[in-house]
Ligand binder design. Structure first.
Ligand code: 0O2
Length: 268
């Protein structure tokens, strides 16, 4: 196939990856805006390289006319979570969506690969709009923790370096590292609720301070600047106490003042 044909063939997959990254990042943002813990920590994606597609076609003896059906990971999205428990939550979010239909799932957490690889994979159908009309494409979504991702990234580089034939002394180290990653994920899960509480409180404070500062800025435009300077000084005093309840009380009082001036902020 000519390079130009590859480009036009892969183009809708690139669009699917871009759209899905935006959608999963939006899930993260929605949680944060609502002062909720987000099971999605990071999102990335890629379109499989032509050489990797060709290698897979050769290895699995896939003819060109079956390529799009049989190579399910031409478009790939990776969702990184903080904790192992978050993986199920993200998978459930995906299953519940109307803009993607799950074709199949592979649980490499329950069934760890021989290599030590752990991750949860879903193949979904996702439709993109192109000049030639809608295209229903397959996308592979990999969900894993940060620790699993660290291991997989390193192992993937070694597979590349040793062309799939990693020497035994390195394989042994990787296998030990895979075990260490399992215990690390379990250790982190044991303090999950404390970490989640800490992150939610910190996000709440960030959102509160953002809303308060926006209201103060609006009041500057609409009311007496001297009065607003006093309000700002009071805000700085309370902010220094690091007491979230005092900040919440201050915001309520500020909202009452702002209501009088119709100075509350609507965020877009
Ligand atoms: P890329 O583009 O470099 O990420 P397979 O026969 O394993 O190639 P299959 O059965 O279609 O293909 O898919 P599977 O097993 O669900 O895995 C596909 C992808 O999962 C791989 O893509 C990797 O990203 C990841 N993966 C699977 N097994 C391993 C592993 O042992 N180590 C690491 N590091 N990653 C793995 P590709 O094909 O490598 O391509």
């Amino acid at each position: 196939m000519e390079i130009q044909l590859w480009r036009s063939l892969l183009d809708p997959y690139a669009l699917a990856v871009k759209e899905l990254i935006i959608k999963f990042e939006h899930i993260r943002q929605e949680h944060k805006d609502k002062d909720l813990y987000s099971p999605v920590e990071q999102v990335s994606g890629r379109v499989k390289s032509v050489s990797s597609i060709l290698e897979k076609m050769q290895r699995k003896e896939i003819p060109l006319d079956r390529m799009e059906e049989e190579i399910e990971d031409i478009a790939g999205v990776r969702i990184i979570c903080q904790f192992e428990e978050d993986i199920d939550t993200v998978a459930a979010l995906i299953r519940a969506r109307s803009d993607m239909q799950v074709k199949s799932e592979k649980d490499y957490l329950k069934h760890i690969k021989q290599s030590g690889y752990r991750s949860y994979h879903l193949i979904v159908y996702y439709t993109v709009e192109t000049l030639d009309g809608p295209r229903r494409l397959q996308v592979e979504i990999q969900i894993r923790t940060m620790a699993m991702n660290f291991w997989a990234t390193v192992e993937h580089s070694l597979q590349y370096k040793y062309k799939g034939d990693i020497p035994p002394h390195v394989t042994d180290r990787l296998s030990n590292a895979a075990d260490a990653i399992i215990s690390l994920d379990h250790e982190m899960s044991s303090v999950r609720s404390e970490i989640m509480d800490a992150q939610v409180s910190s996000q709440m404070q960030t959102n509160l301070v953002r809303d308060i500062l926006n209201t103060i800025e609006n009041l500057y435009r609409l009311s007496n600047p001297r009065e607003v300077t006093k309000i700002q000084d009071e805000f700085l005093r309370i902010f220094q106490t690091k007491d979230i309840q005092q900040l919440q009380r201050f915001q309520k009082e500020l909202d009452i003042i702002a209501e009088g001036y119709r100075a509350q902020e609507v965020f877009l």
